[in-house]
Design a protein around this ligand. Structure first.
Ligand code: SF4
Length: 358
């Protein structure tokens, strides 16, 4: 497992969450899971969280952690024995709220094991599951929801302080963008504890990306947030790509010519396609989606539909592809370097990209 470091001068890490069920048979033939997780890493995922609802899941996730370089996070509710078992394995982080574990002895057992193994713990506060007294105050309009989330996080942190445990992160998520922003802003003014940020239950692909972008850009541009997740009713891969694009946008808005927030990779410019198109931009981007996002060079790539606007409008791109009649053009910085048949276009594009970037 790779080490994970967080801090104001360190890269912002992209996280996603495993969305499938697990069973012991997955350990007998782990190749498919390992390959998918390695694929997530290739496209920019730095942390992968697993729900660990029972001991069986603890065994499976723990064993997977032993096989992978991707740091795994075990997400546990209530049962401290599951947390203890997970920490027998090379787990990178535990998400558990000490206030939900039960008696002080159980909390002490979890924290001392985490201390011994140098495993950070994330406190996860969700707007929909606040402690009853805080929820009552919110319902009675005595407390605003963001402040209630902050208080819930601080309560959990107080338990850590009692035990002198400081290897901790906090997340405060709501499905409301405004409440998510507000809770994290308030908290960051009161504490230096690193934050994992995201909008929970953000929605299906388009709604979820839009809502998450609004919240994460606002927070990240103020220096708030150390790890991010774009929660989508969609695939893990799309969550990771959305996270990357948000970090790329953060760099762009800050005027950073060098990527500071986003991991190294291609900036993809692609046209929406119209009646003039002689090249299927949608099909090309879909076919090469993972490979494009796994390419680790800081370059811009243009995927354009036609010759009319292709090399011209995308002349700043390092390399581009577009159609002209029944032929395909490859261009570098607006200059056509290859004219080829459609059948050979994909291969030639990658050859030219490799050559240009070497
Ligand atoms: Fe249409 Fe060509 Fe512009 Fe694409 S590049 S939107 S095909 S005019």
């Amino acid at each position: 497992m790779e080490a994970v470091s967080l801090g104001s001068n360190l890269p912002i890490l992209i996280q996603t969450m495993w969305k499938e069920g697990l069973s012991y048979s997955d350990l007998e033939k782990p190749e498919a899971i390992i390959s998918r997780i390695e694929g997530l890493k290739e496209i920019g995922c730095s942390l992968l969280r697993f729900a660990v609802p029972n001991m069986e899941a603890a065994e499976i996730v723990g064993n997977l952690a032993s096989m992978l370089t991707m740091p795994l996070v075990a997400d546990i509710h209530f049962d401290h024995k599951i947390a203890l078992r997970c920490m027998d394995f090379p787990i990178a982080k535990i998400r558990i709220n000490p206030g939900n574990i039960g008696g002080k002895e159980k909390v002490r057992a979890v924290l001392s094991r985490a201390e011994e193994r140098n495993i950070p713990i994330r406190i996860g506060i969700n707007a929909g599951s606040l402690p009853k007294d805080l929820q009552k105050e919110v319902d009675n309009d005595e407390l605003k929801l963001p402040m209630a989330m902050v208080k819930a996080a601080e309560r959990e942190l107080d338990i850590f302080k009692e035990h002198d445990f400081s290897n901790v992160l906090v997340s405060m998520k709501a499905s409301s963008v405004a409440d998510t922003i507000s809770a994290n802003e308030i908290f960051s003014k009161r504490s230096d504890v690193p934050l994992h940020i995201g909008v929970t239950e953000a929605g299906p692909l388009i709604a979820g990306v839009v809502r998450s972008t609004a919240a994460l850009l606002e927070l990240l541009s103020k220096g708030i947030g150390d790890t991010i997740r774009v929660s989508l009713s969609d695939t893990m891969e799309r969550e990771v790509i959305a996270g990357r694009e948000i970090l790329t946008l953060l760099d762009e808005l800050k005027g950073d010519t060098i990527r500071r927030a986003a991991p190294p990779g291609l900036r993809i410019i692609s046209c929406p396609r119209c009646g003039r198109a002689a090249f299927d931009t949608h099909g090309f981007t879909e076919r090469h989606f993972k490979k494009l996002y796994a390419y680790k060079k800081n370059m811009s790539v243009a995927i354009m539909g036609c010759e009319v606007n292709g090399p011209g409008e995308a002349r700043d791109a390092d390399i581009g592809i577009t159609g002209a009649g029944n032929r395909v053009l490859i261009f570098c910085k607006g200059k056509i370097v290859k004219t080829i048949n459609a059948e050979e276009a994909d291969d030639v594009f990658w050859q030219e990209l490799d050559e240009y970037s070497s």
